[in-house]
Design a protein around this ligand. Structure first.
Ligand code: FAD
Ligand code: NAP
Length: 342
């Protein structure tokens, strides 16, 4: 369906108004291909708009995949293969899996956005990354308008990163994702307060003879932890973590640890690299809860920039720059935005 002069406010979570001259929503990959065969102007691919900042007041065209099928493609005693349309709400898929006892996605509960965007930044939370469950995916090559299938191992998945953020950046429209989920998995509770929350729920579950599965309890725990810390975009515009957690050399991490023994520094891929909590860095420069015009740093999670109402992209970018400058001057670490800007 093609619409004109559409406000993207209801299609994005930051609360910044941008108009799309043309807005095309496709129910199938073929519909998208047919549209793009005729359409010659530049366009932006939109999912649920929860990781996007439109920096201009007007864009030429936005396209969105709206296919919402979840199909069981294969099943055996150990695992299932689900084929999921790009337009499915991410959390609907998690709920679908958890309700059927399929392990793997439960720690990724309550992440906004659509399935089609989940491989783009290899969404992750509470020690789990979606790449662990992706088997392959299908995309439209934006140049040739041909459908390609790419195996997970070819997607270059890494920490909040994938081939769709570099080699295939703005070159692919993901139309389907195939997920391999286990029927008898292990829960992952090593991260933060997840274990504690899970145990409390398990006790209540037993006391009330509720029979909830362990992954249902994990899902409930994570939804509750997230609700206590993260602003609901329906109430306060935001895109989740505005910055990535910086990955620094072991030498730089040690230097920071020496000055700040309590600095939250974590191992990451690569023995001589470390991940530092960006939220902690922002807190240390005194900006947690900071307000500037109509934007601010969330008072419960410093990694989240919030729109206190009616903010422009310019105000958000000004705050981004100030945060980067302050963190760089105090720690010599340059924060990088995670949000996708267009
Ligand atoms: P969009 O914001 O619409 O798009 C994001 C990028 O993907 C853009 O570059 C867009 O062009 C591209 N894209 C979208 N769909 C497609 C497609 N079909 N094909 C090709 N490219 C596409 N992220 C996490 O990783 N972990 C979290 O725990 C997390 N928590 C969040 C909490 C809150 C409150 C919010 C607001 C955001 C959070 N996020 C988190 C960020 C965000 O939800 C994810 O990155 C999500 O995957 C974005 O999905 P989306 O559909 O909204 O994508
Ligand atoms: P948190 O638990 O307060 O932790 C702060 C930071 O420390 C996180 O960024 C996390 O890195 C890191 N961390 C904590 N415990 C860790 C461990 N055991 N091993 C490795 N790293 C650890 O974080 P939070 O803000 O409440 O978020 C909870 C989870 O949801 C995190 O995984 C976070 O990434 C995810 N989340 C992501 C977004 C987004 O938009 N990208 C938004 C909200 C929440 P990691 O971020 O690498 O996990």
């Amino acid at each position: 369906m093609l619409s004109h002069n559409v406000s993207l406010l209801p299609y994005t979570t930051f609360g910044v108004n941008t108009m799309a001259q043309d807005f095309f929503q496709a129910s199938t990959a073929q519909e998208m291909i047919n549209f793009l065969t005729e359409y010659k102007d530049p366009y932006i691919v939109l999912g649920g708009g929860s990781n996007i900042l439109f920096v201009c007041e007007k864009v030429k065209c936005v396209v969105q995949m709206c296919n919402t099928n979840i199909m069981l493609k294969e099943e055996n005693d150990e695992q299932v293969l689900l084929e999921v349309g790009a337009g499915v709400e991410w959390d609907d898929l998690v709920l679908f899996a958890v309700d059927r006892g399929y392990y793997g996605l439960e720690n990724l509960s309550a992440i906004p956005g659509k399935v089609g965007a989940s491989p783009v930044q290899n969404i992750g939370a509470y020690g789990v990354e979606v790449s662990a469950c992706i088997s392959s995916l299908e995309y439209i090559d934006r140049e040739s308008l041909q459908i390609h299938v790419i195996e997970a191992k070819e997607c270059d998945f890494s920490y909040r990163n994938s081939v769709f953020k570099h080699k295939l950046k703005d070159k692919a429209i993901i139309t389907k994702v195939l997920f391999r989920l286990r029927k008898n998995g292990e829960i992952q509770v090593a991260y933060g307060t997840v274990h504690q929350e899970y145990l409390e729920r398990r006790i209540i579950n037993m006391e009330k003879s509720c029979n909830k599965s362990d992954i249902q309890l994990i899902r409930e725990s994570i939804i509750s932890i997230r609700a206590s810390k993260l602003p609901d975009p329906k109430v306060l515009g935001n895109v989740g973590s505005y910055f990535k957690n910086p990955i620094v050399s072991l030498k730089q991490a040690n230097a920071i640890q020496k000055l700040f023994p309590l600095a939250p520094i974590f191992p990451c891929a690569g023995e001589d690299m470390r991940k530092i909590s960006a939220a902690w860095l922002i807190e240390q420069v005194g900006m947690k809860g900071y307000r500037m015009a109509r934007v601010g740093v969330h008072n419960k999670q410093a990694l989240v920039i919030v729109n206190n109402g009616g903010a422009s992209a310019g105000e958000i970018l000004a705050l981004e720059n100030l945060i980067i400058l302050n963190v760089q001057s105090k720690f010599g670490v340059r924060l990088e935005a995670e949000v996708n800007k267009y």
